[in-house]
Design a protein around this ligand. Structure first.
Ligand code: ZN
Ligand code: ZN
Ligand code: ZN
Length: 458
């Protein structure tokens, strides 16, 4: 018997042991998953996508196990402001233990419970603190989105790997006793030499192995079901989805449901659109991100005329101005927020922008506008290098006209609205005009320098 078979045998023995030991909790998980039909939300939560998502972390949030508590005290205010979901960083134990931001996952079932990788708690806190944060979010109507890192793993021990002709760091014996892994579960292996991508030098999980599929989503005690039923997560943000094929996300979603969005870091609209269809999930609109960078940092609003995922497939597009990986729209950032919060797609707000860097009142006003006025299809009414005017045509609300001015002076323009002989006002309060549209629906609106206005009927 070679080393590999021995490892596999060990794994199955330990799995059987952990199943019998935790029969009760496994049964509970089963019951819940039967009662919970796929794709429905927990009772009492706001419909996801009806508001705005908060990315509730940034790179290198304070260490020391306090982050879950920091977020917990904010969720009530966020919900009142019109947030409908929060996205948390990868929550289970990673190789860098108390210092890790979670993107080097080791034990998917250790949320700050087991003394391994240098600490009991994660950088963000304990399992109890995480569950308490999620309960508080749920009480305030918010869905909680987990960051799922399943392209790669980190922190395994060295073992002889017959597929590598030497040793690799692919033996994972997590203290939770769940999802032991070894060489066959990573690339290269008996299935193939690689999938669509690896990340750095990390061991690259092979989702073609039935054993890996069982542990990630199929088993009653799989990662996906444990995250959903024991910890309480409602949806998924998949990290680095270029590193594996989209069917993986689709299989996960088919098994456990919930809102799902992938980080497909690519500005090509057709590629993003292809991925959302194949994965049956949303994608972050990197096309929109890069066009906004051209528009607001490159000072050429004509870039907003170009194609973006939300223009191609609005219901699958998550728009964002910055995230924990990239923060390039430094100039005129509030104009970029005015753009995503008045346009189609499901917008995300970045924690630091909301809590520290930008004016919270202005963001709250834009969130209100998003949730109350920004409905229906979009028509661009005017665009040049420093002015952009677009109309939301309304369905369940009257719609709006947004006027973004990236010049250094007040601007005004005549535009054609959807409203005849109606009094308008600027819901941002930046202009005190209350113009009346002509019977032919035309009206003159204005916007202050380096700012924006949002017009709708009184
Ligand atoms: Zn594979
Ligand atoms: Zn990333
Ligand atoms: Zn991969």
């Amino acid at each position: 018997m070679n080393k590999l078979k021995l490892v596999v045998l060990c794994v199955s023995v330990i799995f059987a042991y952990s199943c019998s030991k935790e029969d009760v909790s496994v049964e509970q998980v089963k019951d819940k998953s039967v009662n919970q039909t796929v794709s429905t939300q927990r009772a009492g939560l706001k419909p996801i996508g009806s508001g705005v998502m908060m990315q509730a972390f940034y790179w290198d949030v304070p260490a020391g196990g306090t982050w879950w508590n920091t977020v917990k005290v904010k969720v009530q205010d966020w919900s009142a402001a019109g947030i409908d979901a929060i996205w948390l960083p990868p929550a289970s134990k990673a190789q860098n233990g108390p210092f890790s931001m979670g993107y080097d996952p080791f034990d998917y079932y250790d949320f700050g419970e087991y003394d391994q990788m240098g600490s009991v708690e994660t950088r963000f806190g304990s399992k109890t603190e995480l569950v308490s944060l999620i309960d508080t979010a749920h009480q305030n109507g918010l869905s909680v989105i987990a960051d799922i890192v399943i392209n790669h793993n980190s922190g395994g021990d060295s073992e002889a790997n017959p597929y590598a002709g030497g040793n690799t760091w692919t033996e994972f014996n997590p203290l939770s006793g769940n999802f032991y892994r070894s060489a066959t579960d990573f690339h290269a292996n008996n299935v193939h030499s690689n999938d669509s991508g690896a990340f750095g030098g990390f061991p690259d999980l092979c989702h073609h192995q039935t054993y890996v599929q069982d542990w990630l989503w199929n088993n009653p005690n799989s990662v996906a079901k444990y995250y959903r039923d024991v910890i309480g997560f409602d949806g998924w943000r998949f990290d680095y989805v270029k590193g594996f094929e989209p069917w993986v996300v689709k299989a996960w979603n088919d098994e456990v449901g919930g809102f799902s969005v992938g980080e497909y870091w690519d500005s090509n609209v057709s590629t993003l659109d292809w991925w959302t269809g194949s994965a049956d999930a949303s994608a972050f609109d990197f096309a929109c991100y890069y066009k906004m960078k051209d528009a607001f940092v490159g000072n050429n609003l004509n870039a907003l005329n170009d194609n973006m995922l939300w223009k191609q497939n609005a219901s699958r597009a998550m728009t964002f101005v910055t995230n924990h990986d990239t923060d390039e729209i430094i100039n005129n950032k509030i104009l970029a927020y005015a753009y995503i919060l008045t346009h189609e797609g499901y917008p995300t707000i970045f924690y630091k922008d909301y809590e520290e860097w930008l004016n919270k009142e202005r963001l709250n006003n834009l969130i209100w506008i998003h949730n109350n006025l920004a409905s229906g299809s979009t028509s661009i009414l005017h665009v040049d290098n420093d002015e952009y005017i677009a109309k939301r045509n309304g369905d369940n609300s009257s719609g709006l006209i947004v006027y973004i001015n990236n010049s250094d002076v007040w601007q005004e323009k005549w535009v054609e609205t959807n409203w005849s002989s109606a009094t308008l006002k600027d819901y941002t309060g930046h202009s005190n005009w209350q113009p009346v549209t002509q019977s032919g629906k035309w009206v003159k609106i204005q916007a202050p320098p380096k700012s924006y206005t949002v017009w709708s009927t009184l």
